[in-house]
Design a protein. Structure first.
Length: 362
């Protein structure tokens, strides 16, 4: 009986011993493999926290990036054009001769946001970007939407806030993201200095001396970027008043108004967004009794290579600040506008302007 009991105990002991060995041995390999994978990821990638607090894993060194829309496209062109592997929108006709020809051959894959949203995901993926960058004003649920886009593309997507007052920090953050800190710091410094100077000048203008401005667009001039619209905010930035006090449209097309309403607003200055509209306002009998027309206070907004005032609502508007200030308050904004334009185009558009080009632009 004792011998039988001893045999049973010995068998149980051996069984537990073998089972213990079987559990320990495989556990060593997965740990080792996990550590190796983690080290590889650390060497090849890094994390970036975007403007809505999303922490995104991206390549340590970026070689190809794609814009999610026209605002991002323009900002990225100013900061690091060599990394662009495609476009959200073709460059406008007005950009010919002012944007390097080599960028016209890049594939166009559409935009993710806006009334003209037409993103072709297959074309975007085919361009092989390592990162998609969305730049502009924050939108509701943007974090979730960009997460979804990233999942569909299989490509990381980040957002950088860039409005008129936040453009400085946008370039600073972009420098952190792209690794070209020096170039982006220079662009950020320009934006900061210009806005600080403009704020002082705008504050010096008495309330009862502020001029009203109507931003005319559309074939008949009856569309406008109203007060509160991101597309028209440089009007208030220079210390003027947007004449259009209606609900601001969410797109660059603007809000529709009537000619009767414009006469009631009676703006001091009218800005036309195209040459055709400018000529119409000067010659159409329906507009001739407007005080701004009678006083020769109608101006065409420069649009080479992009509008100085609104579309797209990107960094192109910064040169619109001294241009518009010169027109509205010449005694306050006393800069040499040709000199300002030359400096801006060199810094942001990477082009040395000729006198002939300056004449064409202004």
């Amino acid at each position: 009986m004792k011998k039988k009991l001893f045999t049973i105990l010995l068998s149980v002991s051996l069984l537990f011993s073998l089972t213990g060995c079987a559990k320990e041995e495989p556990a060593k390999e997965p740990v080792k493999e996990a550590q190796t994978q983690e080290n590889t990821e650390t060497e090849e990638t890094r994390t970036f926290t975007d403007s809505v607090g999303r922490t995104v894993t991206i390549p340590k060194e970026l070689k190809k990036i794609a814009p999610s829309g026209p605002v991002a496209q323009l900002v990225l062109y100013t900061a690091t054009p060599d990394l662009l592997c495609g476009l959200a929108r073709e460059f406008p006709e007005t950009a010919e001769g002012y944007i390097d020809d080599s960028y016209y051959s890049l594939p166009v894959f559409g935009q993710f946001y806006g009334k003209n949203a037409n993103l072709n995901m297959e074309a975007l993926v085919a361009a092989s970007p390592e990162l998609v960058i969305d730049i502009g004003e924050p939108k509701e649920n943007i974090g979730e939407e960009l997460d979804s886009l990233s999942e569909q593309l299989g490509i990381p997507v980040v957002f950088i806030e860039a409005t008129l007052p936040t453009m400085e920090s946008a370039y600073t953050k972009l420098g952190e993201l792209l690794g070209n800190t020096k170039e982006c710091e220079e662009l950020a410094a320009y934006c900061k200095e210009l806005l600080e100077d403009t704020s002082k000048k705008a504050a010096s203008i008495p309330e009862d001396e502020k001029k009203t401005i109507y931003l005319a667009s559309g074939n008949e001039g009856l569309n406008t970027n109203a007060s509160g619209s991101i597309h028209g905010d440089i009007v208030e930035q220079i210390g003027a008043v947007n004449a259009a006090r209606v609900d601001a449209a969410s797109t660059g097309g603007g809000s529709e108004v009537s000619l009767e309403q414009i006469f009631l607003w009676n703006p001091d200055i009218v800005l036309a967004d195209t040459k055709e509209l400018y000529e119409k306002l000067l010659n159409d009998p329906a507009w001739q009794d407007l005080e701004a027309v009678k006083n020769n206070q109608v101006y065409q907004i420069p649009d080479i290579p992009y509008s100085y005032i609104n579309n797209p609502p990107s960094v192109n508007r910064f040169i619109g600040i001294p241009w518009l200030g010169n027109i509205v308050y010449p005694e306050v904004y006393t800069e040499d506008i040709r000199k300002e334009v030359t400096e801006f185009y060199q810094l942001f558009y990477h082009i040395e302007l000729t006198e002939e080009q300056l004449d064409e632009i202004l």
